[in-house]
Write a protein that binds this ligand. Structure first.
Ligand code: G3P
Ligand code: MG
Length: 343
């Protein structure tokens, strides 16, 4: 019948779409649920007129915890399943670096948690700044070291260790100590403490940052500085002290590599949901930050939806990076509008 034909056509269209959700400022504020987020996910998990699942992934610049732990936490908050197979946080694609470096310095977050993240990624020899402070406290003259920090540190003689790369995974909890240690390493001979490179470029070890956001919304009334601000500080210091520019690699939104990675995740998630491993034609990115979610999605040819529950607080649309599908009061309105358009 005609009704059935319409239904079949709708299912076909539904199978050609997917959503990519930003997390902070779209679905949650910290650990607090944005209620429209739960409803939006209920709909995509099958509570819709077709009764089918519509694939969605989570693409966040958040960091600092292993994927499994973060997904379990989000599952509870959102009251909807969040699998590690549909989840990308800022440092997720950095797991590929485990094949390239034997020993790495992992910076940011609560020291031991990022050590755990790096272990999950398969890094063999992981150093965190606290290990270095525990070995030689004079390296960070103003640092006050707690008993708990000492207990989770793994000091050794770092003049005998070659650190192959610096990986900034998450926000620094102590700019002074982390910047000092990073600057010492960047100016060392091949990542060995107690040495000073003759040539600042050829003997310099690489540095990677998991994301570039300048600002992050928090409980404070105006956003707080994030990893991008930390990086800019380091770049300025490095230039002032050595006279050369610091080469670095940045992951996360809006970097192209992260969107390419997201394509792979969407493609395999399509297989789990629809039994067909292909990239859908219509991908909707829902985000709150024009400078990361929206600019990245626009460049990548996705349909971008900007919501008003996070960083963006402007007028009709963002002036520099306007969302191409529209601006919405919240994530539920964005999802409903996208479904109406596609189906
Ligand atoms: O800025 C860091 C982080 O909290 C942003 O997370 O989910 O908005 O990409 P998200
Ligand atoms: Mg956000």
């Amino acid at each position: 019948s005609q009704v059935q034909d319409v239904q079949v056509a709708k299912v076909k269209k539904a199978k050609n779409m997917a959503f990519a959700f930003d997390i902070d400022g779209v679905l949650v504020h910290g650990d607090r649920l944005i209620p429209e987020g739960q409803r939006a996910l209920d709909i995509l998990n099958g509570d819709n007129e077709l009764g089918i699942k519509i694939p969605h992934i989570f693409l966040t610049n958040g960091s600092g915890k292993p994927e499994k732990a973060r997904c379990d936490q989000l599952t509870k908050i959102l009251q909807n399943p969040v699998s590690t197979d549909q989840f990308i946080q800022s440092h997720t694609p950095m797991s590929a670096l485990a094949d390239y470096y034997e020993t790495v310095l992992v910076v940011g977050g609560e020291g031991y948690k990022c050590r755990e993240v790096a272990e999950v990624y398969g890094f063999k020899d992981i150093v965190v700044p606290n290990d270095i402070v525990a070995w030689d406290p004079t390296i960070a003259p103003y640092r006050v070291f707690t008993d708990e920090e000492r207990a989770t540190s793994k000091p050794r003689d770092f003049t005998k260790v070659e650190i192959g790369a610096i990986l900034v995974f998450s926000d620094s909890r102590d700019y002074a100590t982390d910047m000092q240690i990073i600057m010492d390493l960047l100016q060392s001979e091949n990542g060995r403490f107690g040495t000073k490179a003759k040539d600042p470029v050829s003997q310099r070890i690489p540095i990677y940052f998991s994301q570039g956001d300048l600002l992050c919304p928090t409980e404070h009334w105006t956003p707080r500085m994030s990893q991008g601000a930390f990086r800019i500080g380091l770049e300025a210091m490095y230039r002032a002290l050595t006279g050369v520019d610091l080469e670095r690699v940045v992951y996360g939104k809006p970097e192209l590599a992260t969107y390419k990675y997201a394509d792979e995740v969407i493609t395999s998630w399509m297989d789990q949901i629809h039994g067909e491993e292909k990239l859908p034609e219509n991908i909707y990115m829902i985000g709150d930050n024009p400078a990361s979610d929206i600019i990245g999605g626009n460049m990548y040819g996705w349909n971008t939806c900007l919501v008003r529950t996070g960083v963006f607080q402007g007028g009709d649309n963002d002036e520099n990076n306007p969302a191409n599908f529209g601006v919405f009061p919240n994530v539920l309105e964005a999802v409903q509008t996208a479904l109406r358009k596609q189906l």
